[in-house]
Design a protein. Sequence first.
Length: 177
Amino acid sequence: MKALWTLFWQICQLRRGPEDVPYSVQLLVLLAVLDVAQGIGGQLLASPDRLRIAVSLTLLAVVMDAAVFWGLLWFKRLQARWVQGLTTIFGIDLLLGLVALPLTLLSHVVEPKSVMIGLVVVAQMLLVGWNIGLRGFVFHRALNIGLLQGNMLSLALFMLNIFISVQLFPELVPVKG
């Protein structure tokens, strides 16, 4: 197990790629379940009263990741890379989600108007950016496209996920007033 976490950490540092991840449907399912559990748990820590939204958004993200990645691989006739690529995406999501967990907890104990909350928010935004970049790297390697194309694709999918989430749950948009 330590070797697997080391592999995902090396992928987060762009030292290895999705082609280095073991081809294992069982590993894919395990990481998907852990990623969903961690995603729901992290959202519930931030907003304990929104279980329905936490479950829905997490499942939406996972299904969208799997379906869009499959569609892109199918278009490029590289479907054999789906298991390793999606395993990589779930693995890096899980790893970065665990890194973000202390930031979520810290955001609850820090005064809302303090400088520290600003640092927590900036750190969380950096993790989101890192995740988008890592997904771009996975797309680059798995789809045989340029790194810039992979990153633009990753950013577009992130924005599409946000758009769909806001359409399904308009209460997520803060109201001015």
